[in-house]
Design a protein around this ligand. Sequence first.
Ligand SMILES: [Zn+2]
Length: 481
Amino acid sequence: MSTDSKISKLFSTIDDLKPSFIDRLSKAVSIKSVSGDETLRPEVFKMATFLKDELIKLDATDVQLKDLGIQPPPVSISNLPLPPIVLAKFGNDPQKKTLLIYGHADVQPAQIEDGWNSDPFTLVVDEENDKLIGRGSTDDKGPVMGWLNVIEAHKKLGIALPVNLICCFEGMEESGSLGLDQLIKDEAKGYFKNTNDVCISDNYWLGTKKPVLTYGLRGCNYYQIIVKGPGADLHSGIFGGCIAEPMTDLIQIMSTLVDNKGNILIPGIKEMVAPVTETEEKLYEEIEFDVDELNAASGSKTSLFSSKKDILMHRWRYPSLSLHGIEGAFSGSGAKTVIPSKVIGKFSIRTVPNIDSNKLTKLVIEFVNRKFKELNSLNECKCELIHDGDYWVSDPFNKSFRAASKATKKVWGVEPDFTREGGSIPITLTFENELKSNVLLLPMGKGDDGAHSINEKLNISNYIQGTKTLCAYLHYYGESE
Ligand SMILES: [Zn+2]
């Protein structure tokens, strides 16, 4: 049977199985697997068992619940066990490529009092508005069920999977993926051996009309500047004018980091940014996006740029510096006359190719120290890195992306937009580095799904067409040279 006739058989089976696929998602959503709520930890365990049972029903082999031990502090419940990572395999044919699929089955907290129109843990099937509403519908239970749906369609038709699949489903993604980095390192030459590529379905279309494939994420280096002087907080009526105030120093320094047009003022950073190539430039032209969408998303008319290309480039491929806050500063309402004795300014830099994280930190700290020295202050100042996560960029023309592009075209009738994201998914880089393989981000839901927000939804069409896209991707990827 040719690939295309297999795919059309699978597509019509996916259509036939739609009610049971929705039922599968409904069962998954009903489990309150909120990883950030320690009292709901048994539910996250229940979710892992649910996945295990589903995988076994689908004839997975070597299904394992990997124990990750006890959650490290800070925790309120002592000896709180981390939920296991669910591992499973389908096929072990040396003639076929091996694809690792990752997803997460934990969700963000949700309560009806937050403003939901219905119980967040009861999936509402709204055929009229083409919506499946419930916590986790799009992030990330829908996509995870999508993979199971694909496997079920193959099983029903007796069609062999075109690749060997390794499933890696975690239960702590919304709480920093605790334990996952280590597991990937430990299993790189064990359970995950022979992985050729990785596919993650855990992000969204840029907008609501056009499917996308995502090939890049910015990194993030987070810094703080600590300025301290007096031994305790003081009263401005007594000390104002006679002592060196830490906040005055801090605000002067912070104002030298970035201007109000978004330009980073620390020398040497711009120089590290990779030049724009012609191929990359072309990618922006096709993308469906405009300034109104940015303004709608920000709830204002404060976009610094008016052209699509400028906005997207500054969101995806240029670094940015944001000032986040000042710890220790008076921030309540009213007119407190305190002079804070110690203030900590927080800012971060979103990083992009080819910024070297260590070099960046050196530039930042030297710059802050120089600016402080220029102030000739009697206070003390220290700038330090709190945490960093590297950027990720893949080749959107590699065979995995080409297969996903072909699959998208087959299902949706259009070429996907190639997008990057301004935020980060740190695990992407761990997979790439530890497994020495490429990662593809293949999203299922739309840009307005409201992941992490109230009334989270996944369009029914995205769930079903998304399942077909994952299915066609496996076949085109499997046969690619
Ligand atoms: Zn997610």
